[in-house]
Ligand binder design. Sequence first.
Ligand code: EPU
Length: 421
Amino acid sequence: MSKFIINGPIKLSGEIDVKGAKNAALKIIPASILSKEKIIITNLPKIEDVKKSLDLLAYLGAKIEKRDEKTVEINPKNINQAELNPELAKKFRASVMFVGPLLARFGEVKFPHPGGCVIGAGGRPIDVFLEGFSALGAEIDAGENYYRLRAKKLTGAKFFFTKLISVTATESIMMTACLARGKTVLENCAMEPEIKSLADYLNAQGAKIKGAGTPTMEIEGVKKISAGSFAIMPDRLETGSFAIMAAATKSKIKINNCIPEHIRVLLEIFKKIGVRFEKGKNFLKIFPTKNIKPYNIKTHEYPGFPTDLQPPYTVLMTQAEGQTLVHETIFDRRLLFADSLAQMGANITVCDPHRLLVNGPTKLYGKKLTSPDLRAGIALIIAALGAFGQTEISNIEQIERGYENIVGRLKKLGADIQKIK
Ligand code: EPU
């Protein structure tokens, strides 16, 4: 088992490039199944979750050629089965993104409950996906260890996301409806930029999706979807993580290859709490701030405050002058890292599974910690960079599945971080 060893406190300086978005890559790879033509995907992040997704696609029969470090060519023509390998699928939650495209192409699909990290209670349900597939005409057979969906023909339908707004369920039903007969209207959809990017690509290849990036989408089913090239957008969660990292360590850094507009809510909060920044279309500079003000947040679907930036923001608030209420509304188990922050010296009270109070500013001290999940992991790295002494973080596979070469990139900014076996 590997670990990160971080010595602090340190001020970072220099420039960092944002990589391609994990949560866009994990959708375009399975979306390739909707077509029988070759697709070239560029700006792929080199992370574990992407590797797992490509492995799953290869298992189904797709031919995958790596063109260079960030580019793959996928030929989905010979995909000849619609059953997800349970061992591969159980390794990551985003394996569920294969279900809709396989159902659309083959009229059936068999898969296990997807695996993944610990942030959702009850194994992160897929009930919303199943409701959506069923609305399009799929029959669902839920066995002890698998689900089997079958549809002689998928038919467009009206579907309202009643239980909650889900990013991956929105994308899944959207993809499936592209090849259904007739018109589908999806209401109360998620609006994340990754959804619009996927829809724009599919539309360029013959799909007829209107309204992606808004709460209501209309999808006219088509017979065939072509393929071309898809450039993965910059990862907005990396952008936000690095911006918060700079603010929390009172550093000056420039973040390149990013779209600041995608983290608008964070930048608006920066203005309120006194974190100075300068932004261009594709860069963001963060300047050191002496006195950070507290500011309460409540996580929300896009364009609200992203749940994925809640853990880093909580670390930032340990350095703010006063009390902050952090309210996590999306996932049930995303405050698990608070205990680690408290061990480091933060003054944190967990009020209930969804809310915590941070009283700042507090000095943080290096400790031996375990990363519960990906975003908590980057939060602990941020805390460690600002903490006195040495921090050891284990379970770093959770961090590396979402952030490419985090050690090398942070070292370039002057961080004292290393990975040991
Ligand atoms: N939920 C259900 N039933 C469902 C689907 C979701 O109860 O059928 C619940 C989830 O358990 C959760 C809430 O609904 O409590 C929201 O989940 P959502 O479906 O929106 O999340 P997701 O689509 O599984 C994506 C990202 C997450 C990100 C959320 C933000 C991908 C691959 N994942 O997940 O990213 O936090 O949207 O809503 O796009 C990450 O990158 O670290 C990450 C977890």
